[in-house]
Design a protein around this ligand. Structure first.
Ligand code: OOB
Length: 538
């Protein structure tokens, strides 16, 4: 690759920092500890050097992991990548992810964490937007060759100077050769950007969310505490580890903060995940609702010892109450609902919550410093228990997307609250019930129908595995309601569905006009049902 640098643009250019007064408050209150993320691992290795960190065919101890991360930090710096530079990272769920991530963090280099399912459109966009100088990939996963993707992207994005490959490098640089010994690493300021997450937004191209060391370390530590993680826990990264949920809620970073062990699967199917749970005695993992449903069903046919599993976190999309009630009896675990976003705010159900709260709510905010407002379309707070849009601000919630001033003007209030676009109801206990997305509605002849609400009812029909409500164009109504069902047996008839929904008390205008059957529903990069792709398919 050529090494003539188009000068790397300044990292802070386009970053929206926390206002100084709030930053000071978060520091004084101890939310922000002033320690860079790289030190999480340093501390764990100091406390328990011989403790198991990464579980695979072999066991990597914390001391080994710590050394590996340092050698990689020196290695990338020796290549000429500098503190503050951005590096697009796209790796499958492998234990190597951990030393690679920590190597970058300790060098003060900013990883842009993309998902394995991203392809040229997203990677090219994210590389340009971040001004990345390097792209870090695995050689191939399944049938897909990331080196071909890298060749395309580097031909199009001039800032990209290095492609580093885990595995067979082909024409690029072998990532495992990018190691060096050294004495001192650059000083990393905890108030600076540590890493960038990709927004899970479903409209337009993804946006970048810059998370600081201070805010993200708090995110991981506080999440670990709420989940009761400790050194005896074994966390399984089931979802793609570049996603906020398995990365830091509490995920890999929370596990490191508490000195536990981690295992990884590239394939979240019951067959592969259950085998990993049994083999590594996994105690905690996180999944999206469609996967939770699949796992609950799979105990019928998969023989595996899941007795080590104590906590199953489910989040990323609404977990229907009927499905929530299945989790504990089917898998013999405690369910935790997690309603979070890459932008920041996390809500968890707690160990001390009643089963009723755990099955019917999406949890309450992680931090006492999380500020939540539930507002109507004019921005006025709604009465307690009423539905409204969730706005939030707090010690680990972004103040603006990276390099997106126009979008930020709409996505934030003037006093810095993030407009989540999620519709929620708040109980007196502070627990939130997610009732839909502002935009995920079908407008049927002027009546608004919440897709989430309808889907929840459809899922209660016996034998319905997955359900999605989508609007189809209709000359008379504007939009009509189409229910797409994945069923265990035969598809029920439309009149049967209507009778069932009416008996559940659903208003007539919300009843589906059309029924479709599908073998499966399309999913996003992290495994949530992809409504846009589904609508395009119909
Ligand atoms: C997580 O993060 P993202 O950034 O992929 O997606 C965030 C959006 C939320 O705004 C909401 O619309 C939806 O996903 N969502 C949920 C939910 N959890 C997320 N909707 C209903 N119920 C839930 N439990 O998805 C994410 C990040 C960290 C932890 C967990 C999930």
């Amino acid at each position: 690759m050529t090494s003539n640098a188009t000068a790397t643009t300044d990292l802070r250019d386009g970053f929206v920092p926390f206002p100084a007064d709030l930053a000071q408050r978060y520091r004084e209150a101890g939310y922000w500890a002033g320690r860079p993320l790289g030190e999480l691992l340093r501390d764990a290795a100091r406390r328990g050097p011989e403790r198991p960190a990464l579980l695979c065919d072999t066991v990597t101890t914390y001391a080994e992991l710590d050394r590996d991360a340092d050698r990689r930090a020196h290695g990338v710096l020796a290549l000429g990548i500098q503190p503050g530079d951005r590096v697009v990272v796209q790796l499958p769920n492998t234990p190597d992810f951990v030393p690679i991530l920590f190597g970058l963090l300790r060098a003060g280099i900013v990883p842009v964490l993309t998902l394995p399912a991203h392809r040229r459109a997203e990677i090219e966009h994210l590389t340009r937007l971040s001004g990345a100088v390097a792209y870090l990939i695995a050689d191939r996963v399944g049938d897909f060759d990331y080196r071909e993707l890298a060749a395309e992207v580097s031909a199009r994005v001039p800032s990209l100077r290095h492609v580093l490959v885990l595995g067979d490098p082909g024409p690029f640089t072998d990532l495992d050769s990018v190691v060096a010994d050294g004495d001192s690493l650059p000083e990393v300021d905890a108030a600076e950007i540590a890493l960038m997450l990709v927004s899970g937004g479903t409209t337009g191209l993804p946006k970048l969310i810059a998370r600081t060391h201070d805010d993200y370390a708090y995110n991981a530590r506080a999440s670990a505490e709420v989940c009761g993680l400790g050194p005896e826990d074994v966390y399984l990264a089931t979802l793609p580890v570049a996603h906020n949920f398995p990365l830091a809620c509490p995920g890999v970073l929370g596990t490191i903060a508490t000195g536990g062990a981690m295992a990884f699967v590239t394939d979240p199917s019951p067959e592969s995940a259950f085998a990993a749970i049994e083999r590594h005695r996994v105690s905690v993992t996180a999944v999206v609702p469609p996967l939770a449903q699949l796992w609950c069903a799979a105990v019928e046919w998969e023989e595996a010892d899941l007795s080590s599993l104590r906590l199953l976190q489910v989040g990323g999309a609404k977990l229907a109450e009927v499905n929530a009630r299945d989790v504990a009896p089917a898998l013999g675990v405690r369910l935790q609902q997690v309603f979070g976003m890459a932008e920041g705010l996390l809500n968890y159900t707690r160990a001390e919550d009643s089963d009723e709260l755990v099955c019917t709510t999406q949890g309450r905010p992680l931090s006492a410093a999380d500020e939540v407002r539930v507002v109507d379309e004019h921005g006025h707070e709604v009465p307690a228990g009423a539905e409204g849009e969730l706005l939030t601000r707090g010690p680990y919630t972004l103040r603006g997307y990276y390099r997106a001033p126009e979008h930020n003007a709409r996505a934030f209030t003037t006093d810095g609250f993030y407009r989540s676009g999620d519709l929620v109801r708040r109980l007196p206990s502070g627990h939130l019930i997610v009732s839909g997305r502002i935009k995920d509605v079908i407008n049927r002849g002027g009546e608004n129908i919440s897709c989430d609400e309808l889907e929840e009812h459809l899922l209660a029909y016996p034998g319905v595995r997955h359900a999605a409500a989508v609007g189809l164009p209709d000359p008379a109504l504007g939009e009509k309601v189409c229910a797409v069902l994945v069923t265990a047996g035969e598809l029920p008839s439309l009149p049967e569905i209507k009778t069932f929904l009416t008996a559940r008390g659903l208003a007539t205008y919300k009843l589906p006009d059309v029924l479709r059957q599908a073998d499966s529903l399309p999913v996003t990069a992290v495994g949530k049902i992809d409504k846009r792709a589904l609508a395009a398919r119909i």
